[in-house]
Design a protein. Structure first.
Length: 277
């Protein structure tokens, strides 16, 4: 890692393509990511009720809860969240007016945690949707040391700012009335991922190299690069250990998925295919 200013953006990834076909594929993925912004999403999940924009209920994955004073609770949380933004970003956030909020069922990676989405509009009717995701204590904490941050949402946000070369400008945190911590980010901000199904061995290797480069940069930025390098050494013992773990993890994932498919087939588990929110 040559310095803290190193970054790997989409343009760099496109230019690194080994051939014209790969370059075209990466350009297509970049265009798809540019389409994954809130401007393209909000017409699908919002409507107008009494002249006011409202989030469309899509139970059980997206709905307005029957909680007395729900909007007042949300507004209270928004004011607390606002205080966690830097001054220049707070000025930008204040250009938007709050319109609606709803609960959203989260995906596999955050299963069992609470999530809220909020809808805003600027004076010229540009939409903004923020996602409040519950943040719990790190599962690694029992094996390391207690976080210096009392609010677990703040822990997540500081971690993202530290490891990402460019983080969401509206990252923030808040603690709800019930004492639960949340971190806040935009619901859509051009995220993308490579479809790994059907990749050739060469394509998968190049994808792994990009992931490894990004992960190495995050570790070097958030930890002591020299100490990490010294621990890993110049041999391949760590590499082989990680490879062995990855294969075991992959085998277990295949078994777990097969068990889930069987449970759905026999009716023990009800499956719901979520629309792309």
């Amino acid at each position: 890692m040559s310095g803290i200013h190193n970054r790997l953006d989409m343009e760099s990834i496109i230019e690194m393509a080994p051939d014209a076909k790969a370059k075209k594929r990466r350009q297509e993925l970049a265009e798809k990511a540019r389409g994954r912004v809130i401007d393209n999403l909000f017409p699908k999940i919002t409507t107008s009720v009494g002249g006011r924009p409202r989030i469309v209920d899509q139970p059980p994955v997206l709905y307005h809860p029957a909680i007395e004073g729900f909007e007042a609770i949300v507004r209270e949380g928004l004011e607390d969240y606002r205080q966690t933004l830097s001054d220049e970003r707070r000025i930008l956030f204040d250009r938007y007016r709050f319109e609606d909020a709803a609960l959203k069922v989260v995906g596999i990676g955050s299963v069992g945690t609470r999530c809220l989405i909020t809808l805003f509009f600027s004076e010229d009717n540009h939409p903004l949707m923020l996602q409040f995701k519950e943040a719990r204590r790190s599962v690694l904490e029992p094996y390391t040391e207690k976080s210096q941050y009392d609010n677990q949402g703040q822990r997540v946000v500081i971690g993202q700012r530290l490891t990402h070369s460019s983080s969401d400008i509206f990252l923030g945190w808040v603690r709800g009335r019930s004492g639960r911590d949340f971190y806040v980010r935009q619901l859509r901000d051009m995220k993308m991922s490579f479809p790994i199904e059907g990749l050739s061995a060469g394509q998968l290797k190049r994808y792994a190299e990009v992931c490894g480069w990004t992960l190495a940069r995050a570790h070097a930025k958030s930890g002591d690069g020299a100490t990490i390098s010294g621990y890993l050494g110049k041999g391949d013992q760590f590499d082989k250990a990680m490879g062995k773990f990855a294969l075991a993890y992959a085998d277990q994932t295949v078994k777990d998925h097969a068990a889930l498919v069987e449970a759905v087939k026999t009716g023990r588990v009800e499956a719901l295919v979520e629309e792309d929110l």
